[in-house]
Design a protein. Sequence first.
Lengths: 590, 598
Amino acid sequence: MAVDVDEKDRLKGDKKIPLGVFIKRVFRYLKPEIGRFILAGILILINVGLDVVLPLITAAVTDNLSSETPVLSYLILMACVYLVICVINNVFLYFESMVLQKAGQEIIYNLRMEIFSHIEGMSLSQFTEMPVGSLVTRVTSYTQSMSDMFTNVIVSVIRNLLTVVSVYAIMFVINWKLASLLLISVALVFVSSLIFSKYVSGAFKKERQAVSDLNAFMNETLSGMKTIKLFNRQKGKLDEFDEKNTFMRRARFNVIKGFGIYRPFVSFVYITTMALIFWFGIKMGLSAGSIVAFYLYTGRFFNPVQQLADQLNNIQKAKSASERLFNLLDVKPEVRDLPDAEELTDVKGRIEFENVWFAYEGENWILKDVSFVIEPGETCAFVGATGAGKTTILGLIVRNYEIQRGRILIDGKDIRHIKIKSLRKAIGQMLQDVFLFSGTVKTNITLHDDTIPDEDVKAACKYVNADTFIEKLPQQYEDAVSNRGENFSQGQRQLLSFARTVLHKPKILILDEATANIDTETEAVIQASLEKMRSIGTMLIVAHRLSTIQHSDQIIVLQNGEIIERGTHQELLANHGYYWKLYRLQFENQ
Amino acid sequence: MLLGKHLNKYYLRYWYLFLGGIAALIAVDYVQLFLPRYLGDIVNILNAEGPLDVDTVGSLCLKLLGVAAVMFFGRMLWRFTLFNASFRIESGLRREMFQKSERLSQRYYGETKVGSIMSWFTTDLEEIQDYTGFGTVQIVDSMFLGLLVIVNMFAMDWVMASFAMIPMLLIVVWGVLVEKFTAERWTDRQEKYDKMYDFTQENFTGISVVKAFVKETSEIHAFAKVAKKNKDANLRFAKVHILFDTLIELIIGLILALIMGFGSWFVFAFVSGSPVSIFGHEIALDPGQLVTFIGYFDSLIWPMIALGMLVSMLGRARASLKRVSAFLDSPEDVANCKDAKVLKDVKGEVEFKNFSFAYPANPDTEVLKNISLKIEPGELIGVVGRVGCGKTTLLTALSRLYNVESGTVFIDGNDIMECDIASVRDSVAFVPQDSFLFSSTVGKNISFSKPDATEEEIREAAEFADVADNIDAFPESYDTVTGERGVTLSGGQKQRISLARAYLKQAPVLILDDSVSAVDVRTEEHILENIREGRRGRTTIIIASRISSVARADRILVLKNGEVEAFDTPAALEKISPTYAKMVELQALEDEIKGGDV
């Protein structure tokens, strides 16, 4: 079990990628948006430049007012310049943010398409190894983190660095001694921001943990309330709840503690620095304007320094998200087309198993030396207890898994030399639990293929007798399917799955019958449509109700992965063997 | 203010935290306004003719340090008190809700989805926490700081202050508008994201269908559509969001430029000796005062924004409090009656008298009709019948998860409607069909029914349920964690652990509701043997779908369509109950088939 968990973790991808390779791969996603990034870069440059000028204007106004001969027109001019810069600056800022947003959204979109398509191409067996939840987060949120790295993190790092450097340069020019003194405060803020950002990301992590813990507990407790009451354990559960509830309150408060010390501290440093500037500024004999400029620049200095520390953390986060994405992209599908694979054309529908052996893992054989032939147009049924290997046979024909020994032939061709897509297109699969997607009845039949005309959908439904119940729905074919189709009965689901299959015009049909009980009326409808569908082509059925298969051309009885009986319904009954007993059991139970 | 009967008591309980926090906020707000004044003073000192007044500068700098210190401690204090209080309110309310959830009956859970209850527990409580914590800060800041600044500005020069107030309103309007315009797009963006999330999740879950129909390409196209919608919604939101961000900066810049322009003119006129006169009022403004005035304006931005945001925040918090209160006030229908009798030394006699039952959700359909029967203490009883004949419902009635009609169900001759509920449930150990286990260790799951059980007792219970060998084979035996984060148990293992849990309780009445359906025949045989031995002298009731499970019971109850078809010894039943006879016949056939299986 422990090994299993590790395997899953490895698939989730925590493999380190060398930095050089990493940067190269990352740059690939940036390339299509390079124009936008350059534009944003230019805007940032202008922005930072203009921003740096503003305090100089205020300083000029102050100096002019303090001079012996203030000039009114100059003052008004300065105010106007201030206003114009302000307007230009904000307009540029708006465009810059928009350009970056667009670039970011494009990158996310492309990245998502790539990841989704990649996952979609993986083999069915690989899906059982990877938890759906973590695949979903890769498509939805990791892509965001990666794009964040370009549009948010790197861009702000650049902007902040530019600001810090240019602001400091100006202060240095005005008075290098005072500017050097300022370094103490800057260092204090930077270091405290580093510490804070580290602390608070840890505290946030704990908080998230506490929240998800409590939520999981709540969900379980509410779902298991009956059990709790039956055993009078309300008190015990309340104690458990108290522990988690308090833990969460503390975890949340710990985050606030971080902010509660850090924020006031930074503002304390800021005001203290102001006092220092005034005191030393006057001592060093700076003009009123210069002191005001220093004062204003210090304000512009603190924010970027604080942010820089935070961004160092974010880069790390974005990097690990991207790494996981790359790791996933490096997973190759397990079942792949061989180089010499051919298209399957003009399917007759002859299916042959030639000494097939199969195990999901190791020597744990599910099928042992199974051989049979189904002629074109025949209907063949598989019968046997749970775990006898019936469903496995169906999965092997469509190459969900590779067999270990023997051959599977369709029209005499080994399926390993047939292109997977063309193989599956030829075979209509009606799976055991009919999976319905959110959408409408129609989209569940067409499966998002918009090129299929409505008439064809209706014809398919009519063919399998699904039209009767669909037309009774309030919005018929446009009726909503929600919550995985909770609002449809087992029988209705089965009919929808028939319609799906018939619509896609297969040459071979395989049906894994649902085990659930279906009401008699629907059962009769299903039987009638099955009877019709037999004329479409070769049909393979795994049946749980023997009534379904009485008219089959061939019935194969399996036990523990081996064929123990075969023949028609009448022949098998005459045999008085396993099938006969099964039949009596079911028949009399009705 | 957010008020409500469930919330007010917390304000009273944590009054000192609120008081301390609000006092700290007010202190910070108050000293904060010294800053612009000192700044103005310094400018004036710099402007003054003659030698610099170094002493005054020195004392001003010291005062600045004093303000910095007060602000440091004050800001720390209000964060540590107000947020502390709001988190305590949140966790206190959550605790009340949890207790409530334990008191509500199964009827409530039948009518309300766990998902909705969860959202009250999470989103709504957070909304309330946000308002009581950060909301309080916003109220105090917008009221106190806002007023204080305005008063100060008017005290300096009422004409200038009045002119400055006009653009100030723009900021309040901005605060209101920003919520209005961004909220809708933000929700839309969230919805589109959820849609994409759901699509992805559904697609990966239903991947077998996609593969079966070779729909990879069309699914990718469909995904492209939802992903594009998500992108567009993000950009739509970004557009207004960035626009509003820019707007507020623009408004502030505009006002600053205006103050600077007009201010310079006023100062210039004042310094040149011919002050500007508006409405007959001469504006006397020196450069220092202009700096102070700008500083005041700067301090006013946040309170104004806060004021604008408060409106919608209060609306959301009120709606959340309403939902939380509705949950806390929902009626508890299964509760002890007055002077409820506490059952003690229960012998295990069970009796139904003219018992009929319909589920609250479906009051017109009687699942059970006029059941009358009596089970003697110490009997081993089997219950059989077709799916839906009411077996489970009949015996669940003994646990009083739902109310029953008075005078119909008795334990040891006591009407269960008049007994203390906890003592009723203590006398009956019920092993339900769906074996619900908690994500905890195997040992704790077994001792769930008796937390103070010794290791030997837990082991004995596991042996009784024939699951001890399986548990020993687990990596950490009884300390192995079950559920999502641990070992996945098979259906049969779950059933047997759930049986061990019920057995450990050593209750006078033990009920097994088809609870060994997923174990193989031999293990079942073993468990039945253990029941006959281990439960000797105590009432045990086994609901079964296979006749073999109850063949050796003292008496078997056969139910048909909610009524008693027969209740007698197994031997007698074959003659008097057609349902039972049929079951026996089928069982024989099934055994034959199973025999071929081995």
